[in-house]
Ligand binder design. Structure first.
Ligand code: MG
Length: 454
């Protein structure tokens, strides 16, 4: 099998090891050949290697006759928005999202600003490996134009989708931690226009991520928690490196899991739009299902990965999707994750319910979960899945095989056993309403997998 370049979220690698200028020019030519000389928006997050890689990709795009619109430093969702706003044929984002600073990445979007389908990524890889670049004559090489005046339009687009007057009445005090990356360009500005008093931490742009690592984990958001508590703010917002995700901190300084914040948004949305369908990956908490059912909505499970949510939303014309990592997809804005938009939606929920966020979270059902992993050689991954499935053929178990194997037990506890796409491991993830039970379920299935491997 030929080496794949695109992973779950674009091409990722370490700068000047996997992602060299030479590679970036060639992948730019492959992307440009794929788009056949269209208009392409390009932007980058705050990483040190951003300009180097962006210019190299842009050069490759221009070589194949594409006209390139450089939107500069921008959150991923801003570039996605601008693809449509500027009527482009596609977009390229130079970002490694939540990965450490030595990494970078190249993400390709279609004309709707949505990540390309897997088959289309493979087409680009085929052009790259065969080096069948379409290079026009000298007079038809593409132009590069800078467009850095987009922030008003982007912020306006989000403001129009929430009740600015209602949110403003509450004079919320919000602390934003954008990990020294591009989220600082948008979220504080949007919040100010929503009548909030905005405080920031890690708010100067610095691609070495001096304040914290760009993944918004509970550990990495400790400083944000402390500041929220110290100044008595109503909410804290922690973005990842490209600000397509938001993890929130309540007024007590407690970090809210992404499943729970999405459940709040879904609950609020379905109250106003009953009968709508919401989508979430198979790895999400049952909280989502409980909330959706209670409000009379429908739920569609998908495979894990943001592209699967986006594509499901486009295909079924859905308005809302979300992931446990803090990614919220709001269709009326765009069917992709947007950390600023999800912050506006949380504020909208708080304002409509007129309760502190910790109280809203406490109203959600409580679940316990446990994660573990087990080493599994690549060659045995398929066999493990097949044998596990055979083991589950009993009438009391309900199974879902859309991504790995999810087993539902009679009390609605569940375990998801999924092979990693990038490492020789199986991930085991269990959830239950009973404290201590997820650990027991994981231990039981760990034994079964080990037996199969032996
Ligand atoms: Mg991201």
């Amino acid at each position: 099998m030929r080496k794949r370049l695109f992973g779950t979220n674009g091409i990722r690698g370490v700068t000047n090891v996997d992602l060299t200028a030479d590679f970036a020019v060639k992948i730019g030519m492959a992307i440009g050949t794929f788009f056949n000389g269209g208009k392409i928006a390009i932007g980058n997050d705050a990483r040190i290697s951003g300009p180097m890689l962006k210019m190299a990709v842009a050069s490759g795009l221009c070589a194949t006759g594409c006209h390139v619109l450089d939107v500069g430093l921008a959150p991923t969702p801003a570039v996605e928005f601008l693809v449509r706003y500027y009527n482009c044929d596609g977009g390229v984002i130079i970002t490694a999202s939540h990965n450490p600073p030595e990494f970078n990445g190249i993400k390709v979007n279609d004309e709707k600003g949505v990540e390309l389908q897997r088959e289309k990524e493979i087409e680009i890889e085929e052009i790259f490996f065969s080096e069948k670049y379409k290079l026009p004559k000298w007079e038809n090489v593409g132009k590069l134009v800078e467009r850095k005046d987009w922030i008003d339009s982007y912020v306006k687009g989000m403001k129009e989708l929430v009740d600015v007057e209602l949110i403003s009445k509450h004079h919320y005090r919000v602390v934003v931690d954008a990990a020294n990356s591009v989220g600082v360009l948008v979220t504080p500005r949007l919040l100010k226009e929503l009548g909030c008093k905005v405080y920031t931490v890690n708010s100067h742009i610095d691609g070495s991520f001096p304040g914290r690592l760009p993944e918004p984990t509970t550990k990495n958001l400790m400083e944000l928690s402390k500041v929220v508590k110290a100044i008595g703010a109503d909410l804290g917002v922690g973005h990842d490196g490209d600000a397509d995700r938001s993890i929130f901190v309540d007024e007590k300084g407690d970090v809210i899991l992404g499943d729970k914040s999405f459940a709040l948004i879904a609950k609020n949305y379905l109250k106003k739009n009953p009968n709508e369908t919401v989508t979430t990956p198979i790895s999400s908490s049952t909280i989502i299902e409980d909330v959706v059912k209670a409000e009379g909505g429908k739920l569609i499970w998908t495979k894990v990965g943001s592209i699967n949510i986006s594509r499901m939303m486009v295909e079924k014309k859905l308005k809302l999707g979300g992931e446990e990592n803090g990614g919220v997809f709001y269709g009326p804005h765009q069917p992709v994750r947007d950390g600023a938009m999800s912050t506006a939606l949380i504020l909208q929920t708080m304002a409509e319910e007129a309760k502190p966020i910790s109280e809203l979270i406490a109203e959600l059902p409580e679940y316990y979960n446990f994660k573990d992993k087990i080493h599994c050689p690549e060659a045995q991954k398929e066999e493990v899945l097949k044998r596990l499935l055979e083991e589950c053929q009993t009438p009391d178990l309900q199974v879902d095989t859309r991504d790995g194997l999810k087993i539902w037990f009679p009390d609605r506890s569940w375990i998801l056993i999924r092979p990693s796409g990038t490492e020789p491991i199986y991930r085991l993830f269990a959830e239950s309403r009973e404290k201590g039970k997820p650990e027991k379920i994981v231990a039981e299935y760990r034994k079964i997998v080990e037996k199969i491997l032996a």
